[in-house]
Design a protein around this ligand. Sequence first.
Ligand code: GAR
Length: 195
Amino acid sequence: MKNIVILISGSGSNMAAIVRAAEQGRWGERLNARVATVVSNRADAEGLRFAKDHGIATAVVDHKGFSSREAFDEALMAEIDRFEPVLVVLAGFMRILTPAFVAHYEGRLLNIHPSLLPAFPGLNTHQRALDAGCQFAGATVHQVTAELDHGHILAQAVVPVLQGDSAEDLAARVLTQEHLMYPRAVAEFLRNLPL
Ligand code: GAR
């Protein structure tokens, strides 16, 4: 069985979408993969409850307990590597990762970002899309590289910006598409792994 590790910081709705897709066998038997653990940097991340309720191991590595990013990332790597994952999935994980962490998981580290990259890397993507007068917005699944929100693009979902949209309206419309796109992108990644 191939192990996937998912990292979250908050509500974990993308993680839940991936777990549900795996549970419902939407990946197909041949993929032979499971979400082995969900790790959060915050003990109060809502998504941890969902993972526990679905029989998935959970762990908290609280960034506030470390004096440097390097020390935090080392502890995070130790927790992840217990499961020898073929894939590490960032799903609303709101920490910037060190180059050492990214290098350690090179080629098996995915992120979802709530904009149509390369537009709007970083934070407040929906408000920035509204301020720029964009007619379309969306989300991107990409390989993680040392440069924030860069890296090879694996999938994108596009939604219209509607008149009168607030950033919250747009975020909700985009998030619905994220939930469809991320499980598919994960399945595609697994399908392309060497046997
Ligand atoms: C999602 O919209 C995701 O694209 C975004 O945070 C939200 C997490 O929601 N990620 C980032 O902004 C990463 N920089 P979730 O916790 O419910 O999956």
